[in-house]
Each structure stands twice: as C-alpha cells, then as structure tokens.
Write a protein that binds this ligand. Structure first.
Ligand code: IMP
Ligand code: MG
Length: 174
C-alpha cells in the first residue's frame, strides 16, 4: 500500500533548523557534557542529526515509552517499555523528542527523570503541535511549530512506516 504524502517541511529547512538548534545548544552547554536521552523510536533520526552537529561532549542513552489507551488518558501516565541503561544522577540531561502533541508523554517523563537527580533537565523537540496541548510542559528547544495535522518522516511514523523520509510530510488519508 502506498499513501500520498505531501511535503510540509522540506529537507533543506529541517537541516537548516537543526544546525541552528545545535549551535544554540552547544552555546548553552559550553563547558558541560550533554547526556542525550533519545526517546525511541520517533526521535532517533533527529537525535543523530542534532548530536552530529554539537560541539560539546555528548553521551547517549535510550528510552522507549508508550502511551496508555484512552481509558487511562486522564491519568497522564505512560508505560515504560525500555528504561535507561545508566543513572542520570548529576548529569546535564537533554531529552530529545520527535513531536509534542498532548504533552502527556513528556510531562510524565520530565517528572520521572527529575526525581532521579540530574544536574539539569531540558527538552528538545523537532516538532510541536501547540493547538493540541492538554498538559503544560516546558520545552526549551523547539524545531518547528506545526498545525494540527498528522505528520510523518524524519523519525515519525504512520503504522511504523515513513520514519526514514528525509522531510516532514502529511499523509493524505483517502
Ligand atoms: P503526546 O503524549 O500526546 O505529546 O504524544 C506524543 C507522541 O505521539 C509522539 O512522541 C509521537 O509518537 C506521537 N505523535 C503525535 N503526533 C504525531 C504525528 O503527527 N505523527 C506521528 N506521531 C505522532
Ligand atoms: Mg514518539
């Protein structure tokens, strides 16, 4: 099955914005080491591209989470499918996400990771859909604010497909 996908953010624009974010983060973390937490699977592409352009020392860890179904939406809890391998105590942690939608996932993760004693904890997301926000969460670095559309590419999937697209696109559902 092939879906029609229209380009929302072209590859060149994504690349340019990631360069800008990397410059800003490198400046903000000067003299420190950034401990990147890549939220699987959606943020792998963005995390790698961003990390390659950082000029400060970087370490990586990975976490995989899944939102509970609608019946538990109000609890705002997410299920941890894979936790971090290493302690984040005393580290300057930067959570990298693909997209913030309702904000539930990141708000839960931020509370959870804060309780583990990092020296600092910030969030960087490639995309933000502010119109969809249900839970306020402070995000320090945002690549692009986008309208309330279902997007794919650059790590984001539709039924696990299209994560490898080098641009951000909108699936045209027939
Ligand atoms: P939140 O907890 O509602 O903010 O959920 C964010 C998660 O929902 C992201 O990490 C994505 O996995 C998924 N998601 C939200 N919007 C989209 C989209 O437009 N395309 C693909 N995945 C999305
Ligand atoms: Mg995700």
């Amino acid at each position: 099955m092939t879906d029609k996908i229209s380009v929302l953010i072209p590859e060149e624009a994504v690349t340019q914005r990631i360069n800008e974010l990397a410059d800003q983060i490198s400046k903000d973390y000067e003299g420190k080491q950034v401990h990147i937490i890549c939220i699987l699977k959606g943020s792998i592409v963005f995390s790698c591209d961003l990390a390659k352009r950082l000029t400060v020392p970087v370490t990586f860890d990975f976490m995989s989470v899944s939102s509970y179904g609608n019946e538990t939406v109000s609890s705002g809890r997410v299920r941890i499918l894979k936790d971090l391998d290493e302690s984040i105590q005393g580290k300057d942690v930067l959570i990298i996400e693909d997209i913030i939608d309702s904000g539930r996932t990141l708000s839960y993760l931020k509370d959870l990771l804060s309780s583990r004693g990092p020296a600092s904890l910030n969030i960087c997301t490639l995309l933000d859909k502010p119109d969809r926000r249900e839970t306020e969460v402070e995000v320090k670095y945002v690549g692009f604010e986008i309208p309330d559309k279902f997007v794919v590419g650059y790590g984001l999937d539709y039924n696990q497909l299209y994560r490898n697209l080098p641009y951000v696109g909108v699936v045209e559902l027939n």
